[in-house]
Unconditional design. Structure first.
Lengths: 322, 253
């Protein structure tokens, strides 16, 4: 029964992605969907780290930026094949995560948050200051579009399927991962590092692994972002974006793979729909983070389910299970 | 397992001082003593959560002192905790499945890609974990979150989880604390069943009834020092132990 339910989810996902591809016509919708897909990639990765392993990263935008800039610089400046550049981006981000992770993941809680925050700021400053390499604050333009077997993916419509197929694969990999031996070890160390260690789990190595793994997702998202916009600037990879990603994880639900998609969707669409977001973006994201943490600590989906169950229990006059 | 003149001080406090004793293979050894005598510190030294400043800890002919906890676990030493350290957000079954960690090998990539051999291994882990749950009588709660179990069952789950890592030496840190009489009786049966399985046990316990019944040998600590070591009968009569810990009641019983 579990297998059939699992299959249905993926079938639904494929149908929804295909359906949208067939029925939507306007370019704007696809641009928006592509952003949702790219954000969802980032959020799933961050959720593995934050929601499952319980390790905070306030510098996740940096890995996104490293992926985007590696792709951008290699293709626009050096004419490297975009797919090879994407692979190089994975190498750079993964390598950076590995090197940063070794000292940073020995820290806990606030200290880890501060260390990753610092890393994010360093990368942001580097992107701004290394003019010759990155184009500085005015950005890097002329990034070519991706092409697949000679077919150019140069419109949002064409890129859409690629992004959402990649996202589908990443969601599947992540869902597999959290229910595997390594995934269990990662969730275990979230609840009790001592307990996990006592069973032979090398908690530091596990944290490092999942940190690098989630940086790889971010890098992949960055490369796709660079090739879909054909232009990147440091402003997209700053501290504020890291906070947005954390908000998406929290809204979608910590330790929820599908919630990540929802969190990314809601917080990508809302700023587009409501013009009020443009002036008060920081304030609104802060408010969302606070409200969700206080009233729906398990995220939107499970939070609403909890409220529903709560009402049902109340109607029956039963006790609320703690 | 053997401790040779093991010492550890926290600042000026000598938590464990020149402690030496042996645990015979297949035996149950209990460590008793008043609160703050260094029992839990001793456990943490053996299981790698602390490193001794002096002395040697020898397990199966190898010096293991100072190795990190996860490496000691790989050598076949498992433990439970005085304050249970379960994985609250995971199911009862998943908790025990983590216990199989050192006996399985699929890494992050294999887990994400789910190769055929990964699935086979996963099935095995699940089935074996289920057996350990059955052994401690928790099979009917396999799918519940570990957090909602009552304390007595949490302690049972922690034992099942430790057993799942197939240890040759199991350390139980106050397994009876917080248990009622019925639960303590069940725990006693479980401990004796473990001994029958050929496991070596090291036990810290305040429940003297339980300790005297199950232990083959008892080591007594007081202010970090070993003041007695021997079979329960001898310990009960040892005047120093009576003065430090047991009190005079035990003589008359």
């Amino acid at each position: 029964m579990r297998l059939s339910r699992f299959l249905n989810r993926w079938v639904l996902y494929a149908l929804a992605v295909l359906g949208l591809a067939l029925f939507l016509r306007d370019e704007y919708s696809f641009t928006l969907l592509n952003f949702i897909g790219i954000h969802a990639l980032l959020v799933v990765g961050l959720n593995l780290l934050l929601g499952y392993a319980g390790q905070i990263s306030l510098g996740h935008a940096a890995f996104f930026g490293l992926g985007a800039y590696t792709s951008g610089i290699l293709t626009a400046t050096y004419g490297v094949n975009p797919w090879l550049a994407m692979a190089a981006g994975l190498g750079v981000s993964g390598g950076a995560a590995f090197l940063i992770g070794i000292p940073a993941l020995k820290l806990r809680g606030y200290y880890l948050a501060m260390a990753t925050l610092g890393f994010g700021i360093i990368v942001y400053i580097f992107l701004n200051e290394a003019h010759d390499l990155t184009g500085g604050p005015s950005g890097l333009s002329g990034i070519p579009s991706l092409s697949l077997a000679g077919f150019p993916l140069n419109t949002p419509h064409r890129l859409y399927l690629l992004i959402w197929i990649i996202l589908g694969l990443i969601l599947a990999l992540s869902a597999n991962l959290v229910n595997s031996r390594t995934g269990r070890a990662i969730r275990a160390l979230h609840d009790s590092e001592a307990g996990a260690e006592s069973l032979g789990v090398d908690t530091f190595r596990m944290k490092l692994k999942i940190f690098v793994w989630s940086a790889l997702y971010a890098s992949l998202a960055g490369s796709l972002y660079a090739h879909s916009l054909n232009f990147i600037a440091p402003g997209s990879f700053g501290f504020m974006f890291s906070i947005k990603l954390v908000t998406m994880v929290v809204l979608g639900g910590m330790a929820s793979i599908w919630g990540s998609l929802l969190g990314a969707g809601v917080l990508t669409v809302l700023p587009e729909m409501l013009t009020v977001f443009h002036d008060f973006e920081v304030v609104i994201f802060g408010a969302i983070l606070m409200v969700v943490m206080i009233f729906l600590p398990r995220g939107l989906v499970r939070g609403i389910l909890d409220l529903y169950e709560f009402r049902r229990y109340k109607k029956k006059g039963g006790h609320i299970p703690v | 397992m053997e401790l040779q003149r093991v010492s550890l001080a926290f600042g000026g406090l000598q938590a464990v001082e020149q402690v030496s004793f042996e645990v015979a293979k297949g035996a149950i050894k209990a460590v008793i003593g008043p609160n703050g005598a260094g029992k839990t510190t001793l456990f943490n030294l053996v299981t790698g959560f602390l490193a001794p400043q002096q002395g040697r800890i020898i397990f199966q002919g190898e010096e293991i002192q100072g190795r990190p906890a996860h490496r000691i676990a790989w050598q076949g030493i498992a433990r439970t905790f005085q304050l249970v350290q379960l994985f609250d957000h995971m199911t009862v079954l998943e908790n025990v499945m983590v216990g199989r960690h050192r006996l399985s090998r699929s890494g992050l990539l294999a887990g994400a890609l789910q190769f055929p051999w990964t699935r086979t291994e996963e099935k095995g882990i699940r089935a074996e974990a289920m057996e350990f749950l059955e052994f401690v009588g928790l099979a009917n709660r396999a799918q519940q979150p570990a957090a909602i179990l009552p304390l007595g069952l949490k302690r049972m789950l922690e034992i099942a989880r430790a057993l799942a890592s197939a240890p040759t030496l199991l350390l139980l840190d106050e397994p009876a604390s917080g248990l009622d009489a019925v639960e303590t009786e069940r725990l006693k049966d479980l401990i004796l069943a473990l001994k029958d399985r050929g496991l070596t046990l090291l036990l810290v316990e305040h429940d003297m009834g339980l300790t005297m019944e199950v232990a083959d040998e008892i080591a007594v600590l007081n202010y970090g020092k070993l003041i007695a070591d021997g079979p329960p009968r001898a310990i009960q009569k040892n005047p120093e132990v009576i003065a430090a810990y047991l009190g005079t009641d035990w003589q008359s019983q």
